[in-house]
Design a protein around this ligand. Structure first.
Ligand SMILES: Nc1ncnc2c1ncn2[C@@H]1O[C@H](COP(=O)(O)OP(=O)(O)OP(=O)(O)O)[C@@H](O)[C@H]1O
Length: 608
């Protein structure tokens, strides 16, 4: 059931929208449940029906105020809400700054109402926002810096009284954009492709080639002799390009010298930079994760033209942690290579503010930048607490960078197989880890099924333990599973399913990977064990008869329930079935594991 506090706040929210009166015809009442009792316009998550995802109250004769605080200052609601649609009503008042606490909002549609006043600056903090419609209201003042919102693709603000300059939107990302019929001034953003004058019309102060209004001559449109000046003269262009050329030569010389010096210094320096210029010729050997090298600073690890261009193009997703971080900051920071796989390298990077980041660098991934961005957007929006979110990303044709928070407690693989930990990993903890990962994956699969985005590389080294020792799945969706990936062993697993190229099978491949993680948890054995294949071995042992031999000795000596270990083993065996089609879905798996976990919990309560 939906939490009581959420229910109360929703009822309060609707009463304010309705001019202070509760509206019984909407069915939002104290004695009913928002998710189970058909509250008008309330849509909840499909799986558990316990959290409110969308509020759709378009065209419902609402004429009160939008009390954002009663939605967004209530943490569970603020976290779960992704859509708010209130367009085509007669809502009055301002848009409160509290809206920025609903940080997972993807749609905010407020068009065709009677909102007035300034838009809160905090609106720009809605990092997940994709569609913002404030059109046909009476909003005034300047726009917040909405160009900071990485995935905004629809912005409709026509028919308001907005003033000031437009933020520097990158219109190539937009599907719909309209700021016409306002009082904006200054240059319009660079317009590519589909947008025409109609997106900007009726703003007398706007200028730019599209509007046939020259921005250079806005204030001083006539020269002394009364003729219209043509902006920058030919002579000036020649003069400036001369300076530019000279500058370029000068910079190239400096760079050449620095690179030379840097290379000499690098000879004895075992430190790896996130992007060293000669990375391509480095031998592709994996460096063990406990490789500890002396850190040193290097301020030239990428050619300057790339870094200059890139300094603006790191897309920051979660602002508070990495705000202001630039691509070239990353390249310059001291870094330690943690691993180099078939698909990319992973670096531990120390930021200037002392924060540790993990930066995944993927080269030559044949995916266009816009496709990649869309993919990141989808994953970011799915948003589950046990999926490690990327803090930022960068994409160019040659390489993609993903920035994650570094997890000091390492991976599940290290925890299970590492010798140094000295901590016991008991049965209940293993079962909880399995249940948590299963649930998180089931959630992600459900959210991302329509887009065909599976994890693609699920294994115990991609399950990280956060500071509370809870498992978090990292690198979700960084691998597009294609024919080739199926035919060659991924993850170092010996037995791989036959080539199956559909997106559907990418999800089944995750199920296989999850099954292998279960086997690791149960047996305590490494997946890649000098040719001894874990699934083959497990199958062989199991074929004989159900036997305790397969289980980790630590679990046996702890006295873990054999019955429940066998139950979990059966789930694992279903997951690693050679025929992808007969493997269960992650949702079914999550249910099975939860049942086992509940039985375990009951036994803990009742057993003396
Ligand atoms: N955010 C992170 N914090 C701490 N350690 C991490 C983080 N991400 C990955 N690691 C660890 O760094 C090591 C190297 O990671 P990397 O992703 O390169 O290796 P991999 O998962 O074995 O291979 P690949 O994912 O390329 O198939 C792994 O042991 C992994 O557990």
């Amino acid at each position: 059931e939906v939490e009581e506090v959420v229910k109360r706040s929703l009822i309060n929210f609707l009463a304010k929208l309705n001019g202070g009166q509760p509206n019984p015809s909407f069915g939002w009442t104290n004695d009913t449940d928002p998710c189970k009792d058909n509250w008008k316009g309330v849509i909840c998550d499909r799986q558990t029906k316990t959290f409110v995802r969308r509020i759709y109250l378009s065209q419902t004769n609402l004429s009160g105020v939008f009390d954002a605080a009663s939605l967004c200052n209530v943490p569970p609601l603020a976290k779960s809400l992704i859509h708010i649609k209130l367009d085509q009503n007669s809502i009055v008042g301002e848009l409160p700054a509290e809206i920025s606490n609903c940080r997972n909002l993807v749609y905010l549609l407020l068009g065709r109402n009677r909102f007035h006043g300034n838009l809160p600056d905090a609106l720009a903090k809605l990092r997940a926002l994709q569609r913002l419609d404030i059109s046909d209201n009476e909003f005034s003042g300047n726009l917040p810096n909405l160009s900071q919102i990485p995935f905004l693709t629809t912005f409709l603000a026509q028919y308001n009284e907005l003033t000031g300059e437009l933020p520097s939107f990158d219109l190539s990302n937009f599907v719909r954009f309209n700021v016409s019929f306002n009082d904006f001034i200054g240059p319009i953003p660079v317009v590519t492709g589909q947008f025409t004058e109609s997106s900007f019309m009726d703003n007398p102060g706007l200028c730019g080639p599209l509007l046939k209004r020259d921005c250079y001559n806005q204030d001083d449109s006539t020269s002394e002799d009364g003729k219209k000046s043509k902006g920058v003269s030919k002579d000036e262009i020649l003069m400036y390009s001369g300076y530019g050329l000279l500058g370029l030569v000068f910079i190239s010389i400096i760079i050449y010298k620095l690179v030379k010096r840097n290379k000499i210094e690098e000879k004895d320096d075992s430190v790896n930079k996130v992007a060293s210029a000669d990375d391509d010729i480095e031998k592709p050997t994996a460096v063990s994760s406990d490789h500890k090298s002396a850190m040193s600073r290097s301020d030239l690890s990428v050619n300057s033209s790339e870094s200059a261009m890139a300094s603006t193009s790191l897309v920051i997703l979660t602002s508070p942690v990495v705000n202001g971080l630039r691509f070239d900051d990353l390249l310059r920071a001291p870094a330690e290579l943690l691993g180099r796989g078939k698909h990319g390298s992973l670096y531990k990077v120390i930021c200037e503010n002392g924060m540790f980041l993990a930066v995944k660098r993927i080269r030559n991934w044949a995916i266009s930048s816009s496709e990649f961005k869309q993919r990141m957007q989808k994953i970011y929006q799915a948003n589950h607490p046990n999926i490690l979110p990327a803090l930022a990303f960068y994409s160019s044709r040659q390489e993609k960078l993903l920035v994650y928070e570094y997890q000091q407690n390492g991976s599940l693989s290290r925890f299970l197989h590492g010798t140094q930990t000295g901590q016991t990993f008991d049965w209940m903890s293993r079962l909880s880890v399995a249940a948590t990962i299963a649930e998180a994956l089931a959630f992600m699969h459900q959210e991302l099924q329509p887009d065909g985005i599976a994890h693609g590389n699920l294994k115990s080294s991609n399950i990280l333990l956060n500071k509370n020792m809870e498992p978090c799945i990292s690198e979700y969706g960084l691998m597009v599973v294609d024919d080739q990936d199926y035919s060659s062993p991924v993850n170092g697993y010996k037995i791989m399913p036959k080539p199956e190229a559909t997106a559907h099978n990418a999800f089944k491949l995750d199920v296989y990977g999850f099954g292998m993680i279960l086997l690791e948890l149960l047996t305590g054995k490494l997946v890649q064990n000098n040719g001894t294949d874990l699934t083959k071995w497990v199958h062989a042992v199991v074929r004989e008869e159900w036997t305790v031999e397969v289980f980790d000795k630590a679990l046996i000596s702890e006295g873990a329930s054999e019955e429940r270990m066998v139950n979990l083993l059966q789930v694992a065996i279903k997951c690693v079935n050679h025929t992808a089609e007969v493997r269960p879905t992650m949702n079914q798996i999550a249910v099975m594991i939860n049942t086992i976990k509940e039985e375990e919990e009951r036994s803990l309560v009742y057993d003396p």
